[in-house]
Design a protein around this ligand. Structure first.
Ligand SMILES: C[S@@+](CC[C@H](N)C(=O)[O-])C[C@H]1O[C@@H](n2cnc3c(N)ncnc32)[C@H](O)[C@@H]1O
Length: 396
């Protein structure tokens, strides 16, 4: 969408301000990426988007366009350090008459610029390198890479046809012509391989094997890993032939899960009140919601999800269900203020969670930077401390 001349001038100013802010906050560290942020017109990539509204009881998003909020406010919002949603539940938005949206899952967005540039800085690119991006989305991050490396060095894969088409239009409109592919990024794009760098802006449950084949030895894979309960965070892997390994970052940024790896609709078998073998639990369900422990729970129960529910007027119980193996753990409060767990199915889910949390505590409750990942042809594991330390497999 073209802006009027004074809007373009205002956009230049807003971009400079954004770049200054990102630099001050420590995200932008190099003059080349700063130049890219100052040059790429984010407003061409998100001419219309959704932001979360203040509604209290249910998460609702409201449309933001030049018409709904006015030109100046729209432009100001475009250049704030926020993630703006552009698609929900895989459906394109009827922008002729956009309505507030609730009870929906975002499936495409323009990621907040601080996370975009922080990942680009972490990618350690040098002039002349080729990059494969997974998750073109609006095309904004693709455009930053085109500015830094030249369009001919950038390949980007987007799984959603409509999203990919709009990104192509926006990229062409800002004079960038990267190689754009519509498809499942898990397959990579063999025709453009080998790549020096691979960056994913959607989350994966494990590292797709094709990436190891298509990134050259010594090259870098930067992606977030995630499960169905939470994000595990950002990993930076160095490829060495047919394996790769590296560390998690200190924080745990989160991206939407790759579309093909969304949790199955069915939660699986919900156990009845007498199912399973009961014991006293060492930890209660709070471990599922506190950051370090929840990271361990995600590692220990990679196919599980949880919810809390009061059964037949009783106290609130927490159900941890693994639909891959039909295993369950149900946590209920006891009269003395502790917790009882009932477990059933082939995987003893709460045993695994408690063991993982116990190990983490023995190691001094470290943050995610103490963990790493090793990926080979036949297995992928997250380890603590070093590759010979305690290990948890990623789902294959
Ligand atoms: C957070 S958005 C990308 C943000 C984007 N880099 C930007 O700057 O606007 C994630 C994108 O990944 C796409 N995606 C999800 N699964 C994918 C897959 N398996 N392969 C390629 N793209 C995928 C989604 O459709 C979505 O557009």
């Amino acid at each position: 969408m073209a802006c009027e001349p004074d809007m373009e001038t205002a956009a230049v100013d807003l971009r400079r301000r954004l770049a200054r802010q990102l630099e001050k906050d420590g995200w932008l560290r190099s003059p080349q990426w700063r130049a890219a942020v100052e040059a790429v017109p984010r407003h061409k990539f998100i001419p219309r988007f959704y932001r979360e509204s203040d509604a209290v009881d249910v998460t609702t998003w409201e449309p933001v366009t030049q018409e709904t909020v006015g030109k100046e406010e729209w432009l100001r919002l475009v250049y704030t350090d926020e993630t703006w949603m552009t698609q929900f539940d895989g459906h394109d938005i009827d922008w002729a008459d956009p309505k507030p949206i609730s009870n929906a899952t975002p499936t495409s967005s323009s990621t907040l610029p601080s996370l975009v540039v922080r990942m680009l800085e972490d990618l350690d690119v040098q002039d002349g390198m080729s990059v494969l991006e997974i998750g073109t989305g609006t095309g904004y991050s693709t455009a930053l890479m085109c500015h830094r490396l030249g369009s001919e060095s950038v390949t980007s894969i987007e799984t959603d046809e409509g999203v990919a088409r709009r990104a192509r239009e926006a990229l062409t409109g800002s004079d960038h012509t990267p190689h754009l592919v519509v498809g499942d990024g898990r397959a990579g794009h063999r025709a453009g391989a080998p790549y020096d760098r691979l960056i994913a802006t959607c989350g994966f449950r494990s590292i797709p094997p094709a990436w190891l084949e298509q990134v050259r030895p010594g090259g870098i894979i930067l992606t977030t890993l995630r499960g169905w309960m939470r994000s595990l965070g950002l990993v930076k892997l160095v490829v060495t032939g047919d394996s790769a390994s590296g560390w998690f970052s200190e924080d745990d940024p989160s991206f939407m899960v790759a579309r093909q790896q969304d949790a199955p609709e069915s939660l699986g078998m919900v156990p009845g009140p007498d199912d399973g073998t009961a014991r006293r639990a060492t930890y209660g369900p709070e471990v599922l919601g506190t950051s370090g422990r929840a990271f361990m729970a995600q590692l220990a129960a990679p196919d599980a999800r949880f919810f809390s529910l009061a059964l037949e007027g009783g106290p609130v119980s927490t159900f941890l269900l693994d639909s891959a193996t039909d295993s369950f753990a149900v946590l209920a409060p006891t009269d003395d203020g502790g917790w009882q767990v009932r477990q059933g199915g082939p995987r003893r889910l709460w045993d695994a969670v408690e063991s993982a949390v116990g190990t983490w505590e023995e190691y001094g409750s470290p943050n995610t930077a103490a963990f790493g990942v090793t990926v080979s042809r036949d297995q992928q594991v997250v380890w603590l401390g070093n590759p010979n330390g305690p290990k948890w497999p990623l789902p294959s």
